[in-house]
Ligand binder design. Structure first.
Ligand SMILES: [Zn+2]
Length: 248
């Protein structure tokens, strides 16, 4: 789940108390196999609905919105040509700042929400890399998300996006587009402190860069994966202990 802006930024303070509650709600969705899969973006989105923030405040001009819509439509065509097994869909009217990979039986989908497409921090470069990342959740191989099992894990989806997804769609232009897109996504990521994502902004940047430059998987990808697995083990141990003490 998940995107930036100085416009939203000041509202973070207002959200303070709602953060814990919303984070817990978001945590249950966090493993839903998203893109920008950023907990805080869902969080902000919920916050916006929750606190009834004026959505108009972060909207670009009507003309700019139409341009964005054309851009994403063109990107969908390119990605569909490269990956015909994946269905790309846009929920333009949705204010949600998010994108997701999901599936129904054997059918594979990538869904992009209007709030992300219209977001000021993201241009066609970030959108393209985001689509490649979401596609990577379907086609990126191992390691997979330990909870959902079917999606490629977040860090690997980033590496696949940069090393295989983008080159397949954009050919010799892929490297340049990926490096620009990575900057946008990382900046977005950095804007939100307290992010509990599996991969830090610095790690994501290193992974995107390595993939774009044709380098082997960077060690930080493995490190992030192991850290995430350890965190998960710790969480399970605590939950088990709490379960036992509750029963007792
Ligand atoms: Zn993701």
């Amino acid at each position: 789940m998940r995107c930036t802006e100085s416009v939203i930024q000041p509202k973070r303070e207002i959200c303070g108390q709602a953060a814990d509650v919303l984070s817990k709600i978001a945590a249950s969705n966090e493993r839903a196999g998203c893109l920008v899969e950023k907990l805080h973006l869902l969080f902000y989105d919920l916050c916006m609905s929750f606190l009834d923030w004026p959505a108009e405040e972060v909207l670009p001009s009507r003309r700019a919105q139409q341009h964005r819509r054309r851009v994403v439509s063109e990107l969908f065509k390119r990605f569909h040509q490269a990956f015909p097994e994946v269905t790309y869909e846009l929920l333009w009217e949705s204010p949600t700042v998010n994108a997701q990979a999901w599936r129904l039986g054997s059918a594979q989908y990538v869904r992009v929400y209007g709030g992300l497409v219209r977001h000021r921090a993201i241009s066609k470069y970030g959108l393209a890399l985001m689509l490649a990342h979401e596609t990577g959740h379907h086609l990126g191989g191992l390691p997979r998300d330990p909870d959902l099992r079917w999606p490629t894990w977040q860090g690997q989806a980033d590496y696949w996006a940069a090393s295989e997804g983008m080159p397949k769609v954009f050919g010799r232009h892929a490297r340049r587009l990926t490096l620009r897109g990575a900057k946008e996504i990382i900046e977005l990521h950095r804007d939100f402190s307290g992010d509990e994502a599996d991969v830090t902004p610095d790690e994501r940047l290193a992974i995107f860069r390595a993939g774009a430059r044709g380098e082997i998987v960077p060690t930080c990808l493995q490190t992030a994966f192991e850290r995430m697995m350890m965190d998960q083990d710790t969480r399970k141990t605590v939950e088990t202990r709490i379960g036992r003490s509750t029963k007792g």
